[in-house]
Design a protein around this ligand. Structure first.
Ligand SMILES: C[S@@+](CC[C@H](N)C(=O)[O-])C[C@H]1O[C@@H](n2cnc3c(N)ncnc32)[C@H](O)[C@@H]1O
Length: 488
């Protein structure tokens, strides 16, 4: 892709914004070019400063709002402009989901070049605030102030701040009082830890100089069990200081059920490879989706919006039922690709004789086996494999586990590796259910499958209100006549 270049002499234009891009920016048009405008809402008439360009588009920022869109609302969050986490808090929720649905349809049409027999309306979220079950704040000596804060003459806190990284800065943290996507108790505990650490002079981390003690503060919670886990990452192995913080919190907040800490002495902030230490509480949370329970360990992947995850898995179940041959209430073999902790495979296990899960992360596969046991399911009904999909999903595995009647795939944002798509096209299961958190990569993969598969149904689901992210589930059926690629 051609590079985006800064314009030497930025210029002002008046724009009527008419659409929203998949990254959350609003879209207008100047002469023959599309202009992406940060901070706009479709329907706004704005004065924008155009400061960068690429061959096909311009990039601008909103300078003046001349006439607000009917969909513009006041954001609840005082950190809205600076934080960058909720790009759409200034857009009414019905408009948010309208643009998410449009994003899915546009990707299928433009990238996938594929038409569906059925387009189901997006499943919006009943809860649009306090829905996240996972959040992480960073301690930093270096604080990011907004222009308004700087202009007000507010002094920088000498100890630093506990908050979210300012967009584009690895070292600066935006102080956060309240994040509206997490539970109110998390904000309360977060603020108390910041206050207490300053009182006790426990130094916040300086990532440039690699000094200080406190690095990050994570929270995970289970809605169904009202469990709350705190994950404190520190730079030195100093149990006394950690215990002091934990004792303080334990006394003040009985709602915290799990206390976990990690020592990260590395120069980078990645701590998933470090030992997890348990101070109080079990080594996992338990969350329910539908009638099933799932163990969530401090560092393992789990859907971040559990209420909508139940809806999403419900869509997979509904599609699966459409794949059942008449008179049958179960399929034979179902492959659950990118299975994580086995949650989708377990959720649909009533409708499959056999579930074969494949997942990159060994600890997630271990969790999947535990989840099978936790739910009292027959372990012989399941197989789980750990490793890279493009290596594991091979002829040998299919010989051992049997030809899939249905493949469910739920890959990460980058979609499936072309080798995996080719292998699926070689296996040619009658049905495929493809769950995706990035419509553009899903559409790219569907384009590769279009020759041999019919798109039966499309169901977008909103898992992340106030962001531009959208989940999409599609159901594919093999065509009566297929083209077999000998090289595949
Ligand atoms: C979007 S998550 C879905 C997890 C699970 N289906 C769920 O609903 O919780 C994608 C999963 O794919 C796994 N993954 C990423 N790249 C992979 C690869 N190359 N091979 C196998 N699994 C991979 C990740 O570890 C993650 O668990």
């Amino acid at each position: 892709m051609a590079r985006i270049r800064k314009i030497k002499k930025p210029f002002q234009v008046e724009l009527e914004l008419h659409d929203a891009a998949s990254d959350g920016r609003a879209v207008g048009r100047h002469d023959d070019k599309v202009v992406f405008v940060e901070g706009g809402v479709p329907g706004d008439l704005v004065e924008a400063k155009v400061y960068a360009k690429q061959k096909k588009f311009l990039v601008g920022s909103m300078e003046n709002l001349i006439r607000p869109s009917e969909d513009r609302v006041d954001p609840q969050c005082e950190h809205f402009k600076a934080c960058g986490g909720c790009k759409w808090q200034h857009m009414a929720y019905p408009a948010q989901i309208k643009y998410k649905e449009a994003q899915v349809l546009a990707a299928l049409k433009r990238i996938g070049k594929i038409e569906s027999q059925e387009y189901l309306p997006i499943l919006g979220s009943n809860e649009i605030f306090n829905y996240r079950n996972k959040v992480e704040f960073s301690f930093s000596r270096s604080v990011w102030f907004t222009k308004e804060e700087l202009d007000s003459g507010k002094p920088f806190p000498p100890e630093g701040a506990l908050g979210f990284h300012a967009p584009g800065f690895f070292d600066k943290v935006l102080p956060i009082d309240e994040c509206h996507l997490t539970l109110p108790i998390i904000n309360e505990v977060r603020n108390e830890i910041e206050r207490y650490s300053i009182e006790k002079e426990y130094a916040f981390y300086n990532i440039r100089e690699h000094t200080g003690f406190l690095r990050t503060l994570g929270f995970r919670n289970s809605l169904s069990r009202s469990e709350l886990m705190i994950i404190l990452v520190v730079a030195q192995d100093d149990p006394e200081k950690v215990e002091d913080i934990f004792f303080h919190l334990e006394k003040k907040y009985p709602q915290i059920t799990h206390f976990v800490w990690v020592v990260n002495q590395k120069l980078n902030s990645v701590y998933s490879d470090q030992e997890v230490r348990f101070w109080k509480g079990e080594e996992y949370l338990t969350e329910s989706l539908g009638k099933y329970d799932f163990r969530v360990r401090p560092l393992s992947f789990f859907q971040t919006n559990p209420k909508q995850a139940s809806e999403l898995y419900g869509v997979v179940e509904k599609y699966l039922k459409r794949c059942l041959p008449e008179g049958y209430n179960k399929l034979g073999t179902v492959y659950d690709l990118y299975s994580g902790t086995g949650s989708i495979g377990i959720f649909i296990s009533d409708y499959a004789e056999k579930v074969v899960g494949i997942e990159y992360v060994q600890s997630a596969v271990d969790d999947a086996w535990e989840n099978v046991k936790l739910n009292g399911l027959d372990k012989d009904q399941f197989s789980f494999y750990a490793g890279d999909m493009k290596e594991i999903l091979n002829d040998e595995l299919v010989q051992k586990e049997g030809q899939p009647d249905l493949i469910i795939a739920d890959p990460p944002r980058q979609g499936m590796d072309p080798k995996v798509v080719k292998q699926i096209l070689k296996l040619l299961p009658k049905y495929i259910i493809y769950v995706s958190c990035k419509p553009a990569t899903q559409a790219r993969d569907l384009e590769m499958m279009g020759e041999n598969y019919e798109l039966l149904s499309v169901q977008p689901v909103d898992m992340f209100p106030h962001t531009a992210h959208v989940e999409n589930v599609v159901l594919l059926e093999r065509k009566d006549e297929v083209i077999v690629n000998e090289e595949a």
